[in-house]
Unconditional design. Structure first.
Length: 320
C-alpha cells in the first residue's frame, strides 16, 4: 500500500484578513479570507508538516466554529485550505485605505467544508461507538416508488441556507440500487458506512493523488499518496483514521485533537505535547499557591486540583 508523502504547508507569520468584496469576474460580494502576504509585502511564511505535527488535525477542523472568528483562528494557526492556484483573486482595501489585489478563499467554502467534515466525523464516531440514537437521527429508511430506500438526514443549523447538504439518498431503486441488495431494511451501520465512503471519496477527488516520489536520501523512487493542499491533507487524515481505526483525544490544555491509538503515543496521556503538559503543570502549581494564600487547606487544594497532598505541599512550599 502506498505511504503518505511528506507534506509541507505554510502559514503567514502576520496572520490572516477577511474582506467583504467581490472576486474578480464575479458580480456578488462575499467575505473572503486571505493570508496576509499580498496585504503586507514584508510578511513571510513559516512552514510545518500538518500530518506529522498534528495527528488529529481533521478533528480540530471539524470542531472549528464556522464563524468568522473561528475560521480566522484556524487559518492563522494552520494556514488556508486550498493551494494558492485554486484561490480566488479579489480586490481589497485594507484598514489603512490601501488598495490591492490578493488570492483568497470565500468563507462560504470554509463553512461548507467544516460542515461536511463535522457531519462525517459525527457519523463515523456513532458507528464506532454503536450509538444507535445518533445513527437513528441521521440514517432514515423510507418507502419510495418501486420499493424502499435509505437516506442521510443532515443536522439543520440556525442558518441552513448557508449549507449545501450532501446528496441525501444512500440507496434506493433510483440511486445506487446495487447497494440495496447488500442492505437489510432497518440497518443503520452499513448505510452510514456507505455515506461516509461517498463523502470522503468526493472530497479526496482532485485533492489527493498517487505519485512516484523520491525517498528522503534521494536514492530511489517510491509510490506515495500526495495531498495537494491542506484541505486534501485533512480529508486524507480522516480516511486513514477510518481504515486504521484510530482513536483520538482532545488536549486538556489547548483543545487540539491528537491520536492515542496503540503505537502512536501513550494511550493514557491527556496533553498533545510536552509544551502543553508543562504549561498545565505550571498553571496548576500557581493555582495551588493562590488557593493556599487564600486560606485553603492542603487537602482541599489537592481534591480541587485532582492531585495528591504531598505534591500540593511541595508546590505551596515553593511559593512561600
Amino acid at each position: 500500500m502506498p505511504d503518505v508523502a511528506r507534506f509541507v504547508w505554510h502559514v503567514a507569520e502576520n496572520g490572516v484578513y477577511v474582506f467583504r468584496t467581490r472576486a474578480v469576474n464575479t458580480d456578488y460580494e462575499d467575505d473572503y479570507l486571505t493570508d496576509g502576504m499580498p496585504v503586507r509585502v514584508a510578511s513571510g511564511y513559516r512552514q510545518y508538516e500538518p500530518l506529522k505535527t498534528y495527528t488529529g488535525l481533521f478533528r480540530t477542523f471539524a470542531h472549528t466554529p464556522p464563524t468568522k472568528e473561528g475560521i480566522m483562528a484556524f487559518a492563522a494557526t494552520y494556514g488556508l485550505l486550498n493551494d494558492p492556484g485554486k484561490r480566488k483573486l479579489i480586490d481589497f482595501v485594507d484598514e489603512e485605505g490601501r488598495m490591492g489585489i490578493a488570492r483568497a478563499e470565500p468563507l462560504t467554502f470554509w463553512r461548507s467544508q467544516i460542515s461536511l467534515m463535522s457531519q462525517a466525523v459525527e457519523l463515523w464516531d456513532a458507528v464506532q461507538a454503536g450509538d444507535a440514537t445518533t445513527l437513528g437521527r441521521r440514517i432514515v429508511w423510507k418507502d419510495v416508488p418501486g420499493g424502499t430506500g435509505v437516506l442521510y438526514e443532515p443536522p439543520r443549523s440556525e442558518d441552513s441556507s448557508r449549507e449545501r447538504p450532501y446528496t441525501e439518498w444512500i440507496a434506493a431503486p433510483h440511486v445506487h440500487p446495487e447497494r440495496l441488495e447488500r442492505l437489510m431494511r432497518g440497518d443503520l451501520v452499513m448505510p452510514a458506512l456507505y455515506h461516509i465512503q461517498s463523502v470522503v471519496n468526493a472530497n479526496l477527488k482532485e485533492r489527493v493523488s498517487v505519485e512516484l516520489v523520491w525517498d528522503e536520501p534521494h536514492t530511489r523512487l517510491r509510490l506515495s499518496i500526495v495531498p495537494r493542499s491542506l484541505i486534501g491533507a485533512l480529508w486524507l487524515q480522516f480516511a486513514r483514521a477510518i481504515t486504521d481505526r484510530k482513536t483520538y483525544r482532545r488536549c486538556e490544555e489547548c483543545g487540539t485533537w491528537f491520536e492515542v491509538s496503540p503505537g502512536a503515543a501513550r494511550a493514557d496521556r491527556i496533553y498533545c505535547s510536552n509544551a502543553c503538559r508543562t504549561k498545565a503543570y505550571r498553571m496548576r502549581k500557581a493555582r495551588a499557591q493562590e488557593m493556599y494564600a487564600a486560606g485553603k487547606a492542603i487537602r482541599e487544594i489537592a481534591e480541587a486540583l485532582g492531585s495528591d497532598e504531598a505534591t500540593v505541599a511541595g508546590w505551596v512550599k515553593e511559593g512561600t
